[in-house]
Design a protein around this ligand. Structure first.
Ligand code: ATP
Length: 201
């Protein structure tokens, strides 16, 4: 994914002022920034949900997007969500979704309605929906919100596996506790990305 010269403003509020970013395959990267720094705005632009005022975003291949606001239908079960997305992604089966559910330990919730899931479990479903079509680029907005510690660690194991399979993963968060897990880290401040600590391989 290549991002070049992205600018965006909401009326007078200039949020992004020239964001450049390259995300090669096989890289696990992070963007941190304070509340209101523009992280979600940037991810919405990267995912194509929001059109930037200026600049370009180029994707190569499929991408997956896990937004901060979970978009689930409370009346449908976990399994019904998976089936709905299987059809939308034109997948032959749910093999990858089942692997992700196994990795996040929530297979047992398959027949629960989304409306009755806890916040953390909803987030597991959200992540599964973003990952089930094995995207080349995975964009994650605050992906570990609501996770307990074990799930948090499993999330990072999963992110490592996806990266090791040659995919690119971009994790956006207001706090980065574990910067050593990342290959690359940027800080979004004053509308531009500043390179952060380079993590060990
Ligand atoms: N739809 C919108 N209309 C007007 N202003 C907006 C809109 N969305 C975001 N903003 C403003 O743009 C700025 C950046 O918001 P954004 O949600 O991108 O930040 P963020 O870094 O993701 O914040 P947080 O960490 O709190 O989620 C904020 O000042 C916010 O109030």
């Amino acid at each position: 994914m290549e991002v070049s010269g992205v600018h965006h403003a909401y009326r007078q509020r200039r949020v992004l002022r020239g964001v450049d970013l390259e995300l090669p395959p096989g890289v696990l990267a992070g963007i941190v920034g304070e509340n209101g720094a523009g992280k979600t705005t940037l991810l919405r632009i990267l995912s194509g949900e929001l059109r930037p005022d200026r600049g370009t975003v180029r994707h190569h291949g499929r991408f997956g997007y896990c937004p901060q606001q979970v978009v689930l239908n409370d009346a449908l079960t976990v399994r019904q969500h998976l089936e709905f997305f299987r059809i939308a992604f034109a997948l032959a089966d749910l093999r990858r979704a089942e692997e992700v559910m196994e990795a996040l330990r929530f297979t047992e919730y398959a027949d629960e309605r989304a409306g009755s899931l806890s916040g953390g479990t909803r987030q597991k479903l959200n992540l599964t929906l973003a990952l089930m079509h094995d995207p080349q680029v995975l964009l994650l907005d605050e992906p570990y919100q609501g996770f307990d510690w074990d799930t948090y660690l499993r999330f990072w194991d999963l992110a490592d596996q996806v990266r090791d399979a040659g995919r690119s993963v971009l994790v956006v968060a207001h706090l980065a506790y574990d910067t050593n897990r990342l290959d690359q880290l940027w800080r979004l401040k004053d509308g531009v990305l500043h390179p952060g600590a380079q993590a060990a391989a």
